[in-house]
Design a protein around this ligand. Structure first.
Ligand code: CA
Ligand code: CA
Length: 437
């Protein structure tokens, strides 16, 4: 049976949960006891999320703190109920989290055409940001409208919570999960279609040409610890960047990240997820600034294993400061591929036993991208089925950005490591939402 073959290795029972054990039907070979997905915890040693106290989410929830939701309002109400008591929120079907329309968030007086006319570089210039524009200006009205969307599509996840999709099609359209300042959260078996920022801000000073900047990651781990993201699918879905318009000659970017991990967050395991059809995918550490360094240094420890990274432009992930372990992932490059791993300030990335599928015209030297001087370990990786030294090939092809081998630490929090060559078959078959039941 396919699903059991996919998931035999990720089952982890919470001690004392025998009342919740399900009997397995169908095959005689299956394990005699099986904990239902909503009560499963991160296995011992399964990545950085398993460090110190481990990640159990809401597995110990009492019956009063188990919720099944089918609407965004009910989901947010369940999150808000019961403080930090362990809770399980089961999500059924795809929940629309983006409101009736962008227009529904616009405050009276906001008009995009007026905004465009006012801040046209031919009128406004390119040296001054819009940040000190007053509340009754087009930018002020944009800000107020954005605040309404922000309040609607963001959902704050409390400590000791498991959010789990039931069945094959559970997830959110346009939600932004905020895992902020809390410990012990599990998010599994959910599809996330990227939120669209209805009110991107024009910044004339961001690059020489200016940029439209948008908010709202599908999920952000912000200063939180012990988070397990497992069997989720992140995608731009029906709204890829290729469908977005251009204004002032710049793409009207309405997406932010798929999963960002920032502000001193620590002990995160991301396993068996699909990250696909997106530009800036995963940011670990969001600034080089001294104040951010003071918060991030020594933290941002994240493990990625058995994830599929498909048709992305960049940041899978881009790393600052953290000891990041990335093993047994499959990367499939498509049109517009930029790079997979961003080597940022004081990062200590270990990338081993991964597989890369690159189309003609994409050079293996672009898998790694050097942003700052930081060492990296990249052993036993395969590109199109061939063992490839990612650092050597990068240094040969990008001689201006020489990377030094040896991240300076050795990951120990790994369970089963598959042969790199077998990774595409295993990961493509089993990663993403809809496999757990
Ligand atoms: Ca909608
Ligand atoms: Ca972000």
């Amino acid at each position: 049976m396919r699903t059991q073959k996919c998931h035999g290795r990720v089952i982890a029972a919470l001690a004392g949960c025998t009342a919740l054990v399900l009997s397995v039907t169908g095959t005689a070979q299956a394990a005699p006891h099986r904990v239902a997905p909503d009560r499963q915890v991160l296995a011992a040693n399964d990545g950085w999320g398993a460090a110190t106290t481990g990640t159990t989410g809401g597995a110990a929830a009492d019956p009063a703190h188990v919720y099944t939701v089918t609407t965004w309002d009910a989901f947010k109400a369940a999150l808000a109920d019961g403080g930090s008591a362990p809770k399980i929120i089961r999500v059924k079907g795809t929940i629309d989290a983006d409101g009736p329309s962008c227009a529904s968030f616009a405050v009276p007086g906001y008009d995009f055409d007026t905004y465009l006319k006012t801040y046209d570089p031919a009128v406004w210039g390119r040296t001054k940001t819009l940040d000190s524009e007053p509340d009754d200006s087009p930018e002020g009205l944009r800000r107020a409208s954005a605040a309404l969307q922000d309040a609607y599509i963001k959902a704050n996840v409390p400590a000791n919570t498991t959010i789990v999709g039931t069945g094959k099609d559970a997830g959110f359209r346009g939600a932004s999960l905020q895992i902020k300042g809390v410990d012990n959260v599990i998010v599994r078996n959910l599809g996330f279609e990227s939120p669209l920022d209805c009110f991107p801000q024009w910044d004339p000073t961001d690059t020489a040409d200016g940029n439209w900047n948008s908010e709202y990651d599908s999920a952000v781990v912000y200063g939180s610890t012990h988070v397990w993201m497992d069997h989720d699918t992140f995608t731009d879905g029906d709204h890829p960047d290729s469908t977005l318009p251009y204004y002032y000659g710049r793409i009207y970017e309405q997406h932010d990240g798929e999963l960002d991990i920032v502000k001193g967050a620590d002990y995160v395991t991301a396993s068996w997820n699909v990250f696909e059809d997106h530009d800036k995918t995963i940011l670990i550490g969001n600034s080089d600034s001294a104040s951010t360094a003071a918060v991030d240094r020594g933290h941002l420890k994240v493990t990625f294993h058995h994830n599929l990274f498909a048709n992305l432009v960049e940041r899978a992930p881009r790393v600052r400061f953290g000891q990041v372990d990335s093993y047994n992932n499959h990367f499939v490059a498509g049109d517009g591929y930029g790079y997979s791993y961003g080597i940022g300030m004081e990062s200590q990335l270990v990338a081993e036993h991964n597989a890369f599928t690159l189309p003609d015209g994409v050079a293996a030297g672009s898998i790694l991208k050097k942003w700052k001087e930081a060492p990296v370990t990249a052993d036993d990786n395969y590109v199109n089925g061939t063992p490839t030294d990612l650092i050597a090939v990068h240094n040969a092809q990008v001689p201006g950005e020489i990377l030094q081998p040896g991240a300076g630490w050795t990951p120990t929090l790994r369970t089963k490591v598959d042969r790199a060559k077998a990774v595409p078959k295993i990961v493509d078959h089993c990663a993403g939402a809809g496999h757990l039941r």
